[in-house]
Design a protein around this ligand. Sequence first.
Ligand code: FES
Length: 167
Amino acid sequence: MAAFATPLMPVIRFVREGRDVECYPGENLREVALREGIQLYGLKGTLGNCGGCGQCITCFVEVPEGPSQVALSPRTTVEDQKLRRRSQGWRLACQALVNQSLLVITRPQVGLADREVLLAAAQTEPLPLGPTSWPVVGTQQEPAEDPAAAAAAEPAAAPTATTDEAS
Ligand code: FES
């Protein structure tokens, strides 16, 4: 799995793709997946989808049982209506906001060979918890200043006037 630039960002572990992706807390799951080149849609959704309005019901994802199920924003009214006949772990990616790190199985309507093996492997490596709110600007510590670099950046002292020039 990948190393992360900052451990404070939530991580979405895409089980089918074997990829970990960082995002900002509160980001839309569909938008993160598309930005990262994750194939979110099956054939029907690839041919045409609603662009994230919660109307086409093609951006299915499955969130496996466990802590991942509380890592997203709660199901919306649209999801409650559109996913009535689907497993409780299914979500519409366009309706879900990522609050904490989690596991996601894209296109659960499409078979996944070795599903249990992949899922067990994904669950083996712990996920960072991730923050539950947007980072507050100005709260991060500035890196300590390097004295040698600061001295090099100082402008050279102005030449002092010699006694000949002064007269
Ligand atoms: S993109 Fe259409 S329901 Fe999510």
